[in-house]
Design a protein around this ligand. Structure first.
Ligand code: SF4
Ligand code: SF4
Length: 112
């Protein structure tokens, strides 16, 4: 037990090693940070390529219902869907995804 005292004393007088995200000290994301995914439904042709390449199986495309289902809690923010989409209907912003109390899948409707 005594061998822990130097560490305990040091920690009592040092600053916390972590930040209280998302309550305090929020930093601007670094350039090129892969943040939240957005769809521009006016460009989407429901080809399904984004769902086929997604390594996390976070996207489902339904041609019948003209809908895209996106699960942000499965998404690993790799950007592969964005790079694969030929009409460039997917984009990523530079902001962190906010924490959520409940998991929810986003449904994106694609107009005719
Ligand atoms: S977002 Fe792009 S890759 Fe995905 S279904 Fe629409 S057009 Fe195809
Ligand atoms: S960013 Fe990666 S994990 Fe997230 S939906 Fe796109 S391909 Fe899937």
């Amino acid at each position: 037990m005594a061998w822990m005292f130097p560490t305990i004393i040091k920690n009592l007088f040092s600053r916390p090693a972590t930040r209280r995200y998302p309550f305090k000290d929020i930093r601007e994301p670094f350039p090129g940070y892969r943040g939240k995914i957005y769809w521009d439904v006016s460009k989407c042709d429901l080809c399904g390529d984004c769902a086929r390449v997604c390594p996390a199986e976070a996207i489902e495309v339904s041609l019948e219902n003209r809908q895209i289902k996106y699960d942000p809690f499965k998404c690993i923010y790799c950007g592969t869907c964005m790079q694969t989409c030929l009409p460039m209907a997917i984009s990523q912003d530079k902001y962190y995804t906010k924490p959520a109390a409940a998991k929810a899948v986003e449904t994106i409707s694609v107009p005719v």
